[in-house]
Design a binder for this molecule. Structure first.
Ligand SMILES: [Zn+2]
Length: 213
């Protein structure tokens, strides 16, 4: 069996980690990391929203309800795209497209309807009530994370990776607001390797011909 894709959980906010389940958005050929319902469940497990036995159970059910679960996958991707569109625009200093903001708003409204207010370590937050399906619970938590981010001061700290093809989103929680990369191990090193390659090319090409005015 092929081992599941290891998602990069580095955004600093659950909703942005979900938005980052498409790789290389800035390139001509982005890669969809939520190809199947199993990928969605795997993401849920990797971010800690469901346990391994829950993930296995969802995958067993998936085999029996293919059509319904394809719909769930499509719905999950539509939530993700609304989150990406809204926060990408915010990170560029713009106003989110109305259509995407309204779509996200509808998700948040549904999530709140199925949640109760709880206090954890002195912080008040919405949490889905028990009894929802694992998948609904997971997607509502993602929507609630978007709500929390939109209404917090951290909304002014959202950025996009400087990687050439990347565009993953993150919250800059560094003290001096210096975050540039989604993950130094991904885009930071890629950029370093690219600079190194360009330098080597320049050295091998030798000094350029002086231009004649
Ligand atoms: Zn990146």
């Amino acid at each position: 069996m092929v081992s599941p894709w290891q998602f990069h959980i580095t955004a600093g906010a659950l909703c942005l980690d979900f938005a980052n389940t498409v790789s290389w958005r800035r390139s001509g050929s982005p890669i969809e990391r939520l190809q199947t319902y199993a990928d969605l469940a795997s993401w849920g497990r990797q971010v800690g929203l469901m346990s391994q036995p829950e993930e296995r159970r969802l995958n067993r059910e998936a085999a029996a309800h293919q059509r319904r679960l394809l719909r769930t996958l499509a719905t999950a991707r539509s939530l993700r795209e609304a989150i990406f569109a809204v926060f990408a625009r915010i990170s560029e200093g713009g106003v989110p497209p109305n259509r995407d903001l309204r779509a996200l708003e509808a998700w948040i409204r549904t999530a709140v309807e199925h949640s109760k207010m709880v206090v954890r370590s002195g912080r008040y937050r919405w949490e889905p009530v028990a009894g929802a399906s694992r998948m609904d619970d997971m997607l509502w938590r993602v929507a609630l994370s978007a709500d929390e981010l939109l209404s917090s001061g951290a909304v002014r700290r959202i950025g996009q990776c400087s990687g050439r093809d990347c565009r993953w989103l993150w919250v800059d929680r560094t003290r001096n607001h210096s975050r540039r990369w989604c993950d130094m191990a991904v885009c930071g090193n890629r950029a370093k390797a690219h600079r190194h390659y360009r330098r080597r090319q320049a050295i091998e090409a030798g000094p350029s011909e002086p231009s004649i005015a």
